[in-house]
Design a protein around this ligand. Structure first.
Ligand SMILES: [Fe+2]
Length: 277
């Protein structure tokens, strides 16, 4: 039987989440490791960190597939050699840990964000019906061959559930607490916009243009929130990590189905945003 190699994992993931869908600044794919190395096991996580690399190794996995990349800009050789988080940053420490533990790092980031699979996650988790993409690819001129780059977020129908009920449903579905940012207490929304990770003012503005003013996201910068709330939006933040952790499961599910003979696992990472009771 032909051995499964690291490059086969990357190739398969790019067949599901094409590189052409990613932002140009986003280094998706194999960032650390040998393309020809034989795969012993695949661990999936939201983040590539020294901790998740070590958990992958302990689990007998020499490939770590994550949503977030280990770095946006490659750390210098001296920073990687040092591997000190506080002195040289998390990215260098992660690459250092990956090289030390012989764990290959592959990520699917903004190409996964805009995929149909990712955009249906909130509907699957909450039960709210998927209505449509928040931003149509190519400004609406979408063809099946076109890139999905920039087509972030989706609109969900809430069946006129009240805001506290919507908040409870999201809190439970994403296993998190939340913060609500608004100028006026929001009325019961018929539709909501969802954007995992960071919501920026531009994406939020597209929701308002579509008369959707209840926005659910991972996080938002204060000044973007201020602009959107001034324009009439209410914004529920679930925590960047909580809003994107289901992507680790999404990736593992796909890999498990495609590569049935290889061990796959999901690494559980703790949320940084904790509720104080
Ligand atoms: Fe993210």
């Amino acid at each position: 039987m032909k051995k499964l190699r690291v490059k086969n994992i990357e190739k398969y993931l790019f067949s599901k989440f094409p590189k052409t869908d990613a932002e140009k600044w986003d280094p998706d794919g194999l960032l650390v490791g040998k393309p020809g190395a034989v795969v012993e096991g695949i661990a999936c996580a939201l983040n590539a960190t020294p901790e998740t690399v070590e958990v992958a190794k302990k689990e007998g996995c020499n490939v770590l597939v994550t949503h977030h990349p280990a770095y946006l800009e490659k750390p210098s050789i001296s920073a990687i050699k040092s591997g000190d988080i506080l002195e040289n940053g998390l990215n260098a420490a992660t690459v250092s840990a990956a090289l030390k533990n012989d764990v290959a790092l592959i990520n699917m980031h903004t190409n996964l964000d805009v995929s149909s699979e990712a955009l249906h996650v909130p509907s699957k988790l909450t039960g709210f019906r998927f209505s449509k993409r928040l931003i149509e690819p190519n400004g609406g001129a979408f063809s099946s061959k076109g890139s999905l780059r920039g087509s972030y977020g989706c609109i969900l129908s809430t069946a006129s559930k009240s805001v506290p009920v919507i908040a409870r449903i999201f809190g439970k579905a994403y296993n998190t607490t939340f913060a609500l940012l608004c100028k006026k207490r929001p009325k019961t929304p018929k539709r909501i916009a969802f954007c995992s990770g960071t919501l920026d003012a531009e994406i939020g503005a597209r929701a308002l243009e579509k008369n959707v003013n209840f926005l659910v996201c991972g996080e938002i910068h204060y000044h973007d929130a201020l602009a959107l709330c001034d324009a009439g939006a209410s914004i529920m933040c679930l925590g960047h990590d909580a809003s994107e952790k289901p992507y680790a499961e999404l990736l593992e599910n796909l890999l498990k189905c495609e590569f049935k003979d290889v061990k796959t696992t999901v690494i559980k990472e703790k949320n940084l945003l904790l509720e104080i009771k």
